[in-house]
Design a protein around this ligand. Structure first.
Ligand code: SF4
Length: 399
């Protein structure tokens, strides 16, 4: 059966997957149709996505060996699916000290990590006097000033490369953080503004206004900062919204060429969040979304977190991902603490079972590395020292 037959010719306007394989760009309507494909049609969709990955990065699946540094879990937003955030005084509320940051980074260094992933709440000092007092005590004017200083320390005092994920950023802050980190990230999540409405996932999350997030991603593009973004599925958006979100990312990448990675993240329900009884996206929805993301952006690195699809994460390879994301041998996934990362040896065997090899990358992907490594100063030196000749992690550690 050909892919064209497999996806169903009952509708004359269906996009033909075999033609996509020959360079025909996938547009909105076709992508929506593919997201709605039947279970019988799904194997052909997945096959087309795998073929696209094979053309892009034949036989190589990557991951980043990282430590997770939750610099502060105070946040001025209240996303309905978030288990990470805290208010000051709430059990588990925490802002790490500089010594704690260094301690985690150095422990990760000993375990072969090459990335320090900074995840933190968005501008908590704007909402909480307690955070303003903490920052004053630490000697910084804002959370971003503190983050910048910690990125600089990681860069100066360890072999790890920082990858900050601090929420919305101005052009000025992108430039400042880009001087101390080779790449950074912000999930677009969704372009659906209806989710800002009462009772929806983002109804008390001012930093989740899609236009503002798009502006941050665009500002990074204007400065050629290698950027990680993506979508979050299952938070109340429609399939059409998922396609809109992917197309918005594709358009920014078309204009600036800076999107180094797109993440497709699936919502997981958990006790203790406002959306604790919200239905999770099915495995089939996840696979369709990953496959359509691959077909919409055949030459962009595509990641889906394996811990959020365990024990079925092998299937993500079948849908066209070429990266497992950041995987830590040391620190838990603080964003989804109930979902431990699979052991790296398991990821390796899953990868090899699909005929691919697993390679350790840096937080900045190989194709974006040369421009950063060429910069004068500490960042360029550290990136050069961290990379091998092909741009992967030079100190790659056996899984
Ligand atoms: S998802 Fe991010 S922005 Fe939203 S509440 Fe959690 S930490 Fe804050």
């Amino acid at each position: 059966m050909t892919a064209r037959e497999g996806i169903g010719l009952q509708d004359n306007s269906l996009i033909f997957l075999d033609e996509l394989g020959h360079g025909l760009p996938l547009a909105h309507e076709g992508a929506c149709r593919l997201l709605r494909c039947s279970d019988d049609e799904l194997p052909a969709l997945l096959a087309a996505a795998r073929a696209a990955r094979q053309r892009f990065k034949p036989g190589v699946i990557t991951y980043s060996r990282k430590v997770f540094i939750p610099l502060t879990n105070l946040c001025r937003d209240y996303c309905g699916y978030c288990i990470f955030r805290r208010d000051p005084g709430e059990a588990g509320a925490r802002t790490m000290t500089p010594d704690q940051v260094l301690e985690v980074a150095q422990a990760g260094e000993k375990m072969g990590c090459t990335e320090a992933l900074f995840s933190l709440g968005d501008k908590p000092e704007l909402a909480f006097p307690e955070m303003r007092a903490t920052l004053r005590h630490l000697g910084y004017n804002s959370t971003l000033h503190y983050l910048e200083a910690m990125c600089e320390r990681i860069l100066g005092e360890t072999s790890l490369l920082p990858h900050p994920n601090p929420g919305l950023l101005s052009a000025e802050w992108i430039a400042r953080l880009a001087a101390v980190s080779p790449s950074m990230g912000l999930m677009l999540e969704t372009t659906n503004t209806a989710l800002l409405g009462p009772g929806r996932a983002h109804d008390n999350a001012p930093d989740k206004i899609p236009a503002k997030r798009l502006r941050t991603i665009e500002a990074a593009g204007m400065q050629s900062v290698p950027f990680t973004t993506g979508l979050l599925i299952g938070i109340g958006e429609t399939r059409e919204d998922r396609v809109d979100t992917l197309l918005a990312i594709r358009e920014l990448h078309r204009r600036y060429g800076h999107i180094q990675e797109v993440i497709v993240q699936n919502f997981r329900a958990k006790p203790g969040i406002p959306m604790h009884d919200w239905p999770e996206p099915t495995r089939g929805e996840m696979l369709r979304t990953v496959a359509v993301a691959r077909l919409l952006m055949p030459e962009v690195n595509l990641q889906a977190p394996p811990n959020l699809s365990a024990p079925y994460y092998d299937e993500l390879l079948d849908a066209g991902i070429n990266d497992w994301g950041g995987v830590s041998p040391l620190t838990p996934d603080f964003i989804n603490p109930e979902k431990p990362w699979p052991h790296l040896a398991q990821l390796q065997s899953s990868t090899e079972s699909r005929g691919c090899i697993l390679r350790q990358r840096l937080p900045v992907y190989p194709e974006f590395l040369a421009a950063i490594a060429a910069r004068p100063g500490l960042l360029g030196e550290k990136v050069q020292a961290a990379a091998d000749r092909e741009g992967y992690a030079g100190r790659a550690t056996a899984a």
